[in-house]
Design a protein around this ligand. Structure first.
Ligand SMILES: *[C@@H]1O[C@H](CO)[C@@H](O)[C@H](O)[C@H]1NC(C)=O
Ligand SMILES: *[C@@H]1O[C@H](CO)[C@@H](O)[C@H](O)[C@H]1NC(C)=O
Ligand SMILES: *[C@@H]1O[C@H](CO)[C@@H](O)[C@H](O)[C@H]1NC(C)=O
Ligand SMILES: *[C@@H]1O[C@H](CO)[C@@H](O)[C@H](O)[C@H]1NC(C)=O
Ligand SMILES: *[C@@H]1O[C@H](CO)[C@@H](O)[C@H](O)[C@H]1NC(C)=O
Length: 466
């Protein structure tokens, strides 16, 4: 891709640093706890702000944007170098596209209460069921309308008309744009995605309403005129291989091992003052808020990414979370994600137990392409940050920031006229060839890609889970 140079002013100290959009994905010091408390780094070029209505995108194209991550787009998309310079003839034969859902309301409501209502009247989460036969009952398209009843003695910690989490109107609009852009690249430009869904395309989601709602918006962007319904494959929740569906004791035991290391403790000690301030301001002193940055980060980005402000204390309206505090929370969150999926001493086992079965499913589909017996050409799977993270870990991404809203991985398989090695792969992360410890994955033999990811597929998950 074209590398766009830009000069960004970072942080309160006003440190001017020249970062390309690509740089914003790979902060070089992410593995050091001094990264977290260094205020002059600000957001390291990342964007954490979007209006209520979308679509939104980081500018310039390709910048890390928590609210809406970049994705392949026709204006910037480049063919793999050997195809572009015509040294090799080839065509795209398989696309495995994985993405996180688009932006949403938070999972985590502040224990002290939210000083603002969340409004979701502008969204209709549909939920209705009918028989598979076209001639059977056709249900009324019903949608959820959340409301508060004054006679209910239990009052929620947040006012308004949303569920937590739920997709927001901006998330729907971002999803539609995401689909349109994919169509322009993989439909129009590469003539690969069919004009109408056929039996060689395949969709799957987690059991979460967020990923399902995202699928409807993104696929409508791909096929604006399609009149029918489509199957969104799901596994039974209790055995789902995404979104930590199946139960496995080794997931929590490995997590507690990695959260017992000196590096983990160090990241908590450099943020002790911040956590204590936020805890007392927001009533968030319990271990679930204090032991990782997951909840603060989730709560703040949901506000900032949907047109709201950072929160204030419910008991003192002038005690508010500042952007400097939020930026430190986001840096700490990035550090944690890099630690979970790249640098902790138990990382191979952790990826195996959390995501290994799903990685195995991806590899089985790639292997079918290699064997020439794949039944599909295009698979699109709607999942979560907790799935995207370990997959990027298995690829050996150089640095991992929190895989943000709509973050996406495109496994492209190209068939070439090269007699000995016909099939080549490249892996795009949010639109750019992913930079890894194995080099930039922009043109490697398909069997090499399979070799890179294979160690993360457990041989015997039952034994591993204990
Ligand atoms: C990251 O930090 C860990 C622990 O300090 C260290 O062992 C490892 O070599 C570092 N990795 C990189 C890529 O710098
Ligand atoms: C903070 O980051 C800036 C910019 O990268 C760097 O120059 C400075 O040395 C860092 N400070 C500390 C204490 O690490
Ligand atoms: C085409 O691009 C490939 C990959 O960058 C390079 O190895 C090769 O030398 C190029 N060939 C020509 C004819 O430019
Ligand atoms: C919700 O709104 C009601 C009525 O305006 C108000 O009394 C209550 O304090 C609000 N609750 C929160 C958590 O803001
Ligand atoms: C309210 O918060 C402000 C800003 O943090 C602080 O200066 C003030 O003392 C607080 N007021 C009370 C009554 O705690």
């Amino acid at each position: 891709m074209r590398v766009l140079h830009t000069s960004l002013v970072l942080g309160a100290a006003g440190l001017a640093q020249s970062l390309t959009p690509l740089d914003t994905f790979y902060p070089p010091m992410l593995n050091e706890t001094s990264y977290i408390s260094n205020n002059s780094l600000g957001t390291y070029g990342g964007i954490y702000k979007a209006p209520t209505n979308g679509p939104t995108e980081g500018k310039p194209y390709g910048t890390y944007d928590y609210c809406s991550m970049p994705h392949p787009r026709a204006q910037e998309y480049e063919l793999p170098a050997p195809i572009a310079n015509r040294s090799t003839k080839g065509k795209l034969v398989y696309l495995e596209y994985l993405q996180r859902h688009q932006r949403r309301t938070p999972y985590n409501i502040l224990p002290g209460g939210e000083n603002q209502p969340y409004n979701c009247d502008n969204v209709r989460p549909y939920l209705y069921a009918g028989p598979s036969s076209q001639s059977g009952i056709q249900p009324i398209p019903m949608y959820a309308q959340t409301y508060q009843d004054p006679t209910n003695p239990f009052t929620p910690d947040v006012n308004g008309t949303c569920q937590y989490p739920q997709i927001t109107v901006g998330g729907i609009q971002d999803g539609y744009q995401h689909g349109q852009d994919l169509w322009n690249v993989y439909g129009k430009k590469l003539d690969f995605i069919p004009k109408e869904p056929n039996d060689r395309v395949w969709f799957r989601s987690s059991d979460s309403a967020l990923t399902q709602a995202t699928a409807g918006a993104v696929l409508r962007g791909i096929w604006p005129a399609y009149g029918g319904a489509l199957p969104l494959h799901q596994m039974v929740s209790s055995v789902d291989t995404v979104n930590e569906g199946y139960s496995c004791d080794a997931v929590s035991s490995t997590l507690s091992s990695l959260e017992s290391t000196s590096e983990w403790k160090d990241h908590l000690s450099v943020t002790a003052e911040l956590r204590s301030k936020l805890g007392s301001m927001l009533g968030a002193t319990s271990s679930s808020w204090q032991d990782t940055f997951d909840h603060f980060s989730d709560n703040f980005q949901a506000r900032l990414c949907n047109g709201y402000e950072l929160p204030c204390s419910m008991t003192n309206a002038s005690a508010c979370v500042t952007h400097e505090m939020a930026n430190e929370v986001f840096r700490a969150g990035d550090w944690e994600w890099n630690y979970y999926w790249r640098t902790n001493p138990y990382v191979v086992k952790y990826i195996q137990v959390v995501e290994g079965l799903f990685i195995g499913e991806i590899l089985a589909r790639l292997q079918a392409v290699l064997n020439g017996n794949s039944k599909i050409d295009y698979s699109h799977i709607f999942i979560h940050d907790g799935d995207i993270g370990p997959i990027l870990g298995s690829l050996g991404i150089n640095e991992l920031r929190w895989p943000a809203m709509g973050s996406n991985i495109a496994f492209e398989i190209w068939e070439t006229d090269n007699k000995h090695d016909q099939l080549y792969a490249r892996v795009l992360y949010s639109g750019q060839p992913v930079e890894t410890i194995h080099g930039k994955l922009d043109w490697i033999k398909l069997n090499q890609l399979i070799d890179i990811m294979s160690p993360y597929v457990p041989e015997d998950i039952t034994t591993l889970c204990g």
